[in-house]
Design a protein around this ligand. Sequence first.
Ligand code: C2G
Length: 707
Amino acid sequence: MTFLSIIIPFKKGKRYLKDCLESIREQNLNDFEIILIVNGAVENIDDLISEFDNIIVKTYADEIGVGKARNESLEMASGEYVYFIDSDDYIYQDGLSKLVDCAKKTDADFINGQRIETYYIRNRFSEEFSVNNAKIMKNKYSDEEFSMHLIVGENDNLEVLSVLHALIKHDVIGDLKFDESKKYFADYPFMVELLGNIHSVIGVENAVYAKRISDDFINLPSLNQEIADDYIFKSIEEYKNAKNAIKSDLLKELMAQKMFKYYYYTFSKTNHMQPIEALDAFMEIADDFKGNPIQSFELNALKSKNKQKTIKLSKIRVTCNRLLNFIKHPQNIYHTLYHNIYNKRPINNKRIMFESFSGDFYSDSPKYIYEYLYKHYGDEFEYVWVINDKKTEIPGNPITTKRFSLKYHKLMATSKYWVVNTRQAGRLVKRPQQVLLSTWHGTPLKKLGFDMGNIYIQNPRTKESYIHDSSAWDYFISPNRFSTEIFRRAFAYGGEILETGYPRNDILFNADESKINQIKERLNLPDDKKVILYAPTWRDDDSYDIGKVKFKLKLDLEKLEKAISDEYIVLVRNHYLITDSDVDDYKHFAVDVSHYDDIAELYLITDVLITDYSSVFFDFANLRRPMLFYMYDLERYEEELRGFYIDIYNEVPGPILKTTEDVIDALNDLDNINEQYNERYDEFCEKYCSLEDGNATKRVVEKVWPL
Ligand code: C2G
């Protein structure tokens, strides 16, 4: 007999299943089998499965549901113990092996670990996770009590009974079956009966099961993200059934506490009592709830089924919480004013707001659209620039405002047009009469939006916010046909795309000698040196807090200086997201130009570009000057961080280099490289730059502001 059978129903989400299986492998268990029920799946997972010897796979062409999949698995399972895990979840280090050790020592019927909900992929979860977060103070409880706490869990959701994260003795399960007719809460009746059969229960501290909240609620929603209309009603119904059947008073109390917690912190707060009929359903079970003295007024109203009073008291509570929040964060005051007052004011049909890289630069396509409008339409419009540094020089004297200031909120609410080049500020909601022109900021090389696999970046909810953004766009600029298709899919955007080329690249065709000299002078660059621009992109795994991304320079400037400083100087340009970098002025050889507003101006004075996975090379290619690709971490970037849309190895118009020495050799061999990549450069420009001709801005303006 095998000691342990691990049961996994799988429908979709291969990348999640990969995390799941790998987390099981890393438990270093012996004497176990995995039973994988492939339940109407379309993805090919043969390569994942082939890595395991002890996996039994049963495939159903059509979806059979989780209940049936688990029942089938139970019939096949030969283990003394059974462990259920969902294919989109994973186990933290030792999360299962700790349970197995405990089972071997105690022979208990039910050994429970802890569940933590997370948006993070496994690598990131393990990096972030500190054991202290996981601690439920076991000392306060007996083993049995502790295990009950673990069954119900601490999360603020409607799930009060679950078979997950426990080792269950197979004998105790006996002939018990999951109800195959239930889509949601199928665990409840199973657990209720199971708990009736169990004699010994143990909870194990810090044996963590990571319950994944999908980072892609469109393509890979988890069951509770599907949120059917009747989800709350079903949950309350199942709760009532379970409560009547369960014997343990403690478990009943914990279940009731969890239902109350959901009512108090989610339903009445986030959902604003919607649907209102659910309030009746909560009232029916309210006698089970216990609250603290502050909660007692509202709870009494709920218990006495006084609907109006309950709603009133909850509104007062929510308003008081908001007020407290206001006092702490002035941003919230601005935000409320924005929604409740400014957004009701008339719209100024002649006002246009411009924003580039969140107000950090006067640059990119918004800059060129603004300058064109100012030149051709002059005072016909009122222009506003969102700019965080007051000292930034902007021609034409537009109104300026700092991003997220009170003035910014006022202006955003009442301007007819927004011209923005990144994702817009999440909490602002465009009014129906307003027009949003999204210029975006680059030809997609690295995977974007819904095309991204695992989200490594700090905020794993990014994908959700793409929908918020793209649903507000009225126009979206695309630099070429190749990008148009990707943008539509990656941002789930069905609106108008202006396939015009990038306004920001017009200057590459139109700048004259005096403009170039002006830029050189501004940067105080010597006349006798050629210019290298090193402009790498950011790394998703180098973000260490929201909005904070560090960059470790991997180009050895000292070596570079020794080798080429007679001929060149280097401009080092950090990506705009980098807030913490070790790039400093390196003597006279390297200049940090990260704060220079407009990278297009830097392209103009550049003789050789060195970059990596940044979209800068699609723009720079318009100048037809040499490019080197310093991709020291290519495999990791491609496989783990993002993945690419183009065939990097065969499409980029220059050599891929892995070390500073390679870069030096390439710089010393530029004539040959130019010749070698000549044809590829032509093909590249044909595919990605053919719309660029110095008139993209005109095309955009004529579309959005026709005369
Ligand atoms: N950029 C810059 N300096 C760098 C890197 C980028 O000024 N060192 C600017 C360029 O205008 C570039 C834009 O920021 O085109 C976008 O940068 P990417 O490196 O391509 O990365 P990201 O911001 O993640 O955008 O569709 C494009 C993608 O969204 C990529």
